[in-house]
Write a protein of this length. Structure first.
Length: 46
């Protein structure tokens, strides 16, 4: 049983990191999409 505990903690740690990475990637993609959309408008004006 004691050997199973570290594995569980490792899995929890890895899964939490993966979830955080996915969230950050999604946020970055959304912000990049908004930035690209906002940049396209001034580029047409100039």
């Amino acid at each position: 049983m004691p050997q199973m505990s570290p594995m569980n903690w490792e899995m929890m740690f890895l899964t939490s990191i993966l979830i955080l990475l996915m969230i950050s990637i999604i946020i970055h993609q959304n912000s990049n999409f908004k930035l690209s959309k906002s940049k396209k408008i001034p580029s047409k004006i100039y």
